[in-house]
Design a protein around this ligand. Structure first.
Ligand SMILES: Nc1ncnc2c1ncn2[C@@H]1O[C@H](COP(=O)(O)OP(=O)(O)OP(=O)(O)O)[C@@H](O)[C@H]1O
Length: 600
């Protein structure tokens, strides 16, 4: 919690005003019982109407001051805590944005959402309480104790008994609630995960008639959260009645012992009335402080969950060497031996810098020691198309994800235009790349807005050109509003193939130096696939294309085909070369021919 207090710093003046106003409120409240005692002892007992009216007016004025101070102090406390939450949410968001994909997946989307919203709210609520009660309670407590001692030091011994009883009771409540608060936040995470899966998977759930079991999962998660919340609230519901009982018993004690003190002339009736009010103030301030200690652990749990995110040191970040040049071998001389390429482009490439070069690259995910990629080396030169092919789970997507640094290699190096990607600023690196992910992702907005994700200042003409290359101009042209047609959330109002073509257009519009396609062509029919590749060929000029494909027909014309098997490169070459030399490639081709024949 203390760690997050720096978020209050920009609001220190607002906090100071709130504290000052609370101070005024306390002073006026402390003075009121004394005035009331005077009104009774002097005005009523002495039958002095003028005195009663004068004191009454002063009391009214002080009550008004107290009320205005209280409202204004509450307003400023809310303002400070709302600003605190806004800045905290902003920093959590920024941190989440900087997490590597691996760190992102480790937390999970649901808990990141809950931590950014609900957990911040928990802290905000306690902060308002802290700003108000933590200032008010000590003042009321000290003021109350001083006043009771001044009124009757002997009678004030009663509070010495009442306070420990109240504290003991609150301590028991806190002990019982603390573990339940932790559980509540976890159950909330689980509920939001279940709801998320229920909503995003709605089509699959309906298609497989799984509504009942999906609803049951949601009901279970909902019931779990309700159960813990009920258990917490059951315990918390004892607080107010128990505190009222303790307060009332204390008042009865004051009246009981006070009556003897009045009879013996040690205290006046007015002072007894004021004494009771001071005792109530003392106990109330203790109770309010204790309430903070009930809610503080809950906010502490939330703060820990937030700090866990803020403290992550993102694995993938710009290095200090981001400006330095670390040259790959391919920058000086392409390693043709490694690649076994004998294409006609080779001599032209002799002096060229490879757009992409993998050098002895190994990669495994953090939670496993098993290499997903093992000693992978190849280079792609300007104007070249390299295709990666291999069985399911061979490591194709992992391989291409290393180029834009979605993950970092665990061995070897990936170079883009001669520079190690780890030593290139991420924004510069990604600026060079047009990435089309395996799962087409569109955002809610118009077609044009979606394409401009690739290039924010793209003209309509550039957008139409990109759509044309991606074979998407035809269907966008037929949409009612053309480029201004609305794409709904997740692109649910366009077909899978159309969605895929729009994501390709989004990459094409930026005219990148490197195109990366993660198995996007299998969602297209053969004709569109062929047309798209033909149009792309004209577009790419001296860019490099790295393409993952399932269909051999898609990559047959590639300048080099990289065959992956269990994360290792088992062949690199053209289709002809691999048909002669690579057994895995021959098997892939044969299996696709067989299935094509079966289909016929
Ligand atoms: N986030 C992850 N954490 C741990 N293992 C993962 C993760 N993502 C993928 N894997 C594993 O890494 C291996 C390679 O996955 P990858 O997605 O790169 O294969 P692929 O060749 O692209 O497969 P496909 O053709 O089915 O898309 C698989 O065994 C997969 O289970």
């Amino acid at each position: 919690m203390i760690e997050l207090s720096r978020y209050l710093k920009p609001f220190r003046w607002i906090v100071a005003v709130s504290i000052f106003l609370t101070f005024i409120q306390c002073l006026t409240q402390l003075y009121l019982p004394k005035l009331m005692a005077d009104m009774v002892d002097v005005g009523i007992v002495g039958n002095d109407m003028n005195y009663i009216i004068t004191i009454g007016l002063v009391m009214l004025f002080l009550s008004a001051v107290s009320m205005v101070s209280s409202v204004a102090a509450g307003y400023y406390a809310s303002k400070a805590s709302a600003g605190f939450s806004r800045d905290l949410r902003r920093d959590i968001y920024t941190k989440v944005d900087s997490l590597s994909l691996e760190e992102f997946e480790k937390f999970g989307t649901s808990t990141l959402v809950t931590r950014t919203t609900n957990d911040v709210n928990q802290i905000q609520n306690v902060l308002i309480m802290l700003l108000r009660i933590f200032v008010m309670s000590p003042l009321m407590f000290l003021g109350g104790v001083v006043m009771t001692v001044l009124v009757d030091p002997v009678l004030s011994l009663i509070i010495v008994v009442a306070i420990p009883v109240l504290f003991g009771f609150i301590y028991i409540i806190i002990r019982k609630c603390m573990p339940l608060f932790k559980q509540t936040q976890k159950k909330l995470d689980h509920l939001s995960l279940t709801l998320r899966e229920r909503l995003t998977g709605v089509r699959v759930i309906r298609a497989f008639n799984k509504e009942e079991s999906a609803n049951q999962n949601y009901r279970d998660a909902n019931a779990d959260l309700t159960d813990v919340s009920l258990r917490v609230n059951k315990i918390l519901s004892f607080i107010m009645p128990a505190m009222t009982i303790i307060m009332n018993v204390t008042v009865i004690g004051v009246l009981w012992f006070g009556s003897f003190r009045v009879a013996s002339g040690n205290i006046s009736v007015g002072d007894i009335m004021a004494f009771i009010q001071y005792v109530m103030m003392i106990l109330f301030s203790v109770a309010m402080t204790a309430m903070i200690f009930v809610f503080l652990p809950r906010a502490k749990v939330s703060a820990e969950r937030i700090i866990e995110i803020l403290d992550v040191d993102p694995k993938i970040k710009d290095s200090n060497l981001a400006g330095a040049e670390t040259k790959s071998d391919a920058e000086t001389e392409p390693d043709a031996e490694t690649e076994g390429i004998k294409s006609g482009k080779k001599s032209a490439q002799k002096d060229a810098v490879a757009r992409i070069e993998f050098k002895n690259v190994s990669f495994h995910f953090e939670d496993s020691d098993k290499n997903i990629l093992d000693n992978v080396s190849f280079a792609v030169y300007p104007g070249e198309t390299a295709a990666v092919i291999g069985g399911t789970g061979a490591g194709k997507s992992s391989l291409i994800n290393l180029v834009p640094r979605f993950y970092d290699v665990t061995g070897g190096s990936v170079f883009v235009e001669g520079r190690d990607v780890r030593e290139t600023p991420q924004s510069d690196l990604r600026q060079k790349i047009g990435f089309v992910p395996q799962t087409a992702v569109l955002f809610s907005g118009t077609v044009a807005e979606n394409i401009r994700y690739g290039k924010s200042d793209a003209t309509d003409e550039e957008i139409w050109n990109a759509l044309k290359v991606a074979q998407a101009d035809d269907f966008v042209g037929k949409m009612n509003d053309g480029l201004d047609s609305f794409i709904s959330q997740g692109g649910t109002n366009v077909s899978g193939g159309q969605k895929q073509r729009l994501t390709i257009a989004r990459a094409v519009v930026r005219h990148p130096d490197i195109y990366i396609f993660d198995d996007n062509f299998s969602a297209l029919d053969y004709k569109t696939d062929a047309n798209l590749r033909r149009a792309l060929k004209k577009e790419i000029k001296d860019a490099a294309v790295l393409i993952v494909a399932q269909r051999v027909s898609t990559i047959k014309d590639a300048d080099k085909i990289i065959v992956l098997d269990n994360g290792a490169v088992v062949g690199i070459g053209t289709d002809d070369e691999l048909m002669k030399s690579c057994q895995v490639y021959q098997e892939i081709v044969a299996s696709q021919q067989m299935s094509a024949e079966v289909d016929v």
